[in-house]
Design a binder for this molecule. Structure first.
Ligand code: ARG
Length: 465
């Protein structure tokens, strides 16, 4: 048997916990990072205790000073959990007793439970993390916007099924990676509405008998309000799961561009050159320059998906209200936050320092018969039903492929032999610039539409949207 039990719950036990139980139960190695939030919570809670008449003004002042001192010690690393302490809450209670004495520090636990504490702390932590992630997302969007602005007007092959499809502007392609991140910003803003409510005062599950004011605590902690149901507040973790989904979505969105950058930087593509400061070498092959940032981003996406999936699996099938399973919510979401905050700055740096091989992109844009749709739509404008236009253009492509020539190369008579509708005027649409500028509907790849996007994204970056 282990030590006699002087933890937060020893009273009804004749002996201390078994060593194996203590080891299994312990969470200080990951939850102690919540210590500053726990102390802030305690500081708000003692105000509620004072207001309800359970602490004198003197005691309140003494505790406030003790909390301040302990916070300083936590932040400078001179206070930490003992090996036998179960969790952050136990460690901090000991710390406050050491500073303020058991008489007064022994009063702070009244009217609260670790269940409502931890439910509050994880929200506070994630609210702060969301601000960091938002900053990084802005940085990433800014990197895409700056590359798109720098390469205004450059054309490249647009792909579907990774095959040449239709020419697009490089800026259009780059900004196609910015908009998902704008949506992730919107997701974070929307998530905040649900996260920004304080569960403090829910107690273990049913509230408290002491008449403490949860609104006072919520206000002190900077929450917009309080949760409506103490059982829901202590038992649910959808706020954590939703946040972990957003982190996974961000990672997946980064991973999609990562995959392209990895392909684009190969000898076969040569679309981009990675900056030396944002690529790595090989320990054996002296010529190598590797896209490790993109690969790590792609790899981390798998990890973040796993964190999210694991968390949902933990939550599945839990009866109301608090269950100890919920302790498993923190490690995955901490890991997702930490890894995302590692990936995002590196990824943004890599993107903002990419050098594009614009000449090559321009020359490849019309290859692979990527203007065939333009021919078919030209035929439609001449009154040919699209079904026939598609067929005729298909035959033109087949003819060109067999003769190893481009769409604009067949002679007038060769065109007419394919179809009477293929008059020499068709050549006017076999033109990349024209193909781009004619796609001028909202969201299209024309320069005017891309400029509209740039304007909108600059507003997002300026915080106007
Ligand atoms: N370490 C616990 C968690 O993370 C804190 C709440 C513990 N509550 C309890 N009744 N044992 O969920």
């Amino acid at each position: 048997m282990a030590q006699s039990n002087d933890s937060l719950w020893g009273g009804r036990f004749a002996s201390g916990p078994n060593d194996a139980l203590a080891a299994l139960s312990r969470s200080t190695h990951f939850d102690f990072r919540l210590a500053p939030y726990d102390l802030k919570g305690t500081s708000a809670h003692i105000k509620a205790l004072h207001q309800a008449g359970y602490l004198s003004t003197d005691e309140l002042a003494k505790l406030e000073s003790a909390i301040g001192q302990l916070l300083e010690k936590v932040l400078n690393g001179s206070f930490g959990p003992q090996p036998d302490e179960e969790d952050v809450h136990a460690a901090l209670e000991r710390g406050l007793i050491e500073i303020a004495g058991a008489e007064v520090a022994g009063k702070i636990r009244a009217g609260r439970s670790r269940n409502d504490q931890i439910a509050t702390l994880i929200r506070s932590f994630l609210l702060d993390a969301s601000v960091e992630i938002e900053k990084q997302l802005h940085g990433y969007i800014a990197a895409l916007v700056s590359q798109a602005t720098k390469h205004r007007g450059v054309v490249m092959p647009g792909r579907t099924h990774f095959q040449h499809a239709q020419p697009v502007l490089l800026s259009h392609h780059l900004l196609a990676h910015a908009w998902p991140m704008v949506r992730n910003l919107e997701r974070l803003a929307d998530w905040r509405k649900r996260a920004n409510l304080s569960p403090y005062g829910s107690g273990a599950l049913a509230g408290n008998t002491l008449g403490l004011d949860p609104n006072l605590v919520a206000r002190e902690l900077g929450f917009a309000g309080v949760t409506q149901n103490s059982m829901d507040a202590t038992a649910s973790r959808d706020v954590v799961a939703e946040f972990s989904f957003i982190t996974a979505m961000i990672a997946v969105d980064l991973s999609r561009f990562a995959e392209e950058i990895i392909a684009w930087s190969t000898f076969e593509f040569m679309y981009v050159k990675l900056d030396d400061a944002f690529s790595t070498g090989s320990s054996i092959m002296p010529q190598k320059k590797n896209p490790d940032i993109a690969e790590l981003a792609r790899g981390k996406a798998g990890r973040l998906i796993g964190n999210h999936t694991g968390l949902l699996a933990t939550l599945k099938g839990l009866p109301l209200s608090y269950n100890r399973d919920l302790q498993e919510d923190k490690e995955p979401v901490f890991d997702s936050v930490d890894n995302l905050l590692l990936v995002l700055p590196a990824f943004s740096g890599m993107v903002s320092t990419l050098t594009f091989n614009t000449e090559l992109l321009e020359s490849l844009a019309p290859m692979g018969y990527s203007l065939a749709t333009d021919v078919a739509e030209w035929l439609v404008k001449q009154g040919v039903p699209f079904r026939d236009a598609h067929e005729i253009t298909g035959q033109l492509v087949q003819f060109c492929e067999q003769n190893n020539i481009q769409l604009e190369d067949p002679t007038d008579s060769q065109l007419l032999a394919i179809s009477k509708h293929l008059t020499p005027e068709v050549r006017s649409v076999i033109d990349v610039q024209r193909a781009i500028s004619s796609r001028n509907g909202a969201g299209g790849t024309s320069l005017a539409q891309v400029d509209t996007q740039l304007e909108a994204l600059n507003k997002v970056l300026a915080g106007e949207k």
